[in-house]
Design a protein around this ligand. Structure first.
Ligand code: SAM
Length: 249
């Protein structure tokens, strides 16, 4: 079981992502638990102010440290000892490996920024910072949903079959092989014969070769990173030979 707590100014945004499909079932089964807290509830002033203009001038507003830190401390005092994560474009870029790593925790608390971000002094209360990519969102909420969705898939009991996560893209530095389902012919296009053969050894070999081919074309950077086994290196040579032959003819 993993617990996800979220501190946000827009709790309503979290209603639908957890109300359908895999994540809803996981929540219903008690495999994951999601609690959303409104940062505004941790203000102490009459007007519940959560932001203010930046010292030194400049455009936009900055989220005040007080309500966020009060929120983190309240959750810690009532809900356990979560790992506290600030969503920010300045954080470590989230990826497959990070999703696996975070799935090992039993309690994560995400802080969603808005406006121009959070007062720098919040960082003292943060264990790590995560970005979901080199672009700027209007707030951390969508980023948290992405992270929770990806992390949950590695939590035991969330997905039906434990094997699917091992075969997917990035699981072993390769993109996944092409997938097909019924009908056998779609608008004149068939399915590779080998997939109909029932020969599992040949199917495994075809899938591995297609995964390598696809990764070579779309994400050659992944092949440079991975320590490919001998068999894959031989397959890659075969693919390159076939490509050269095709180009020559
Ligand atoms: N001024 C900030 C900067 O340049 O770093 C960007 C603020 S952004 C408009 C508002 C909030 O959205 C951030 O505090 C953060 O919580 C969230 N956010 C924006 N882009 C993000 C990303 N790529 N990954 C994670 N969170 C992001």
């Amino acid at each position: 079981m993993i617990r996800f707590d979220i501190l946000t100014l827009f709790p309503d945004m979290f209603q639908s992502p957890f109300a359908s499909s895999v994540l809803k079932k996981a929540i219903d089964r008690g495999v994951i638990r999601v609690s959303v807290f409104n940062i505004r509830d941790f203000t102490t002033d009459k007007h519940h102010v959560v932001d203010d203009s930046p010292y030194g001038g400049g455009s936009g507003m900055v989220m005040k440290a007080g309500p966020i830190v009060e929120g983190i401390e309240w959750i810690k005092s009532t809900n356990g000892s979560p790992r506290v994560i600030l969503m920010t474009p300045q954080g470590v870029t989230f990826n497959h490996g990070e999703a696996i790593r975070l799935s090992q925790y039993d309690h994560l608390l995400f802080v969603c920024g808005r406006y121009e971000g959070v007062d720098e002094r919040v960082r003292k209360y943060i264990d790590e910072e995560i970005s979901i990519g080199d672009y700027i969102l209007t707030g951390g909420e969508l980023a948290v949903m992405v992270v929770i969705d990806a992390v949950s898939r590695f939590v035991p009991g969330v997905l039906g079959s434990g094997t699917s996560v091992l075969e997917e893209s990035f699981a072993d530095t390769l993109l996944e092989y092409p997938q097909y389902t019924r009908p056998r012919v779609f608008r004149g296009k068939g399915v590779p014969e080998v997939l109909m053969s029932g020969n599992h050894r040949q199917i495994t070999h075809w899938r591995r070769k297609e995964a390598l081919k696809r990764t070579l074309v779309r994400r050659p950077d992944l092949l440079e990173k991975g320590n490919l086994p001998e068999g894959d290196l031989a397959l890659l040579e075969e693919i390159k030979r076939e490509e050269r032959k095709e180009n020559d003819s």
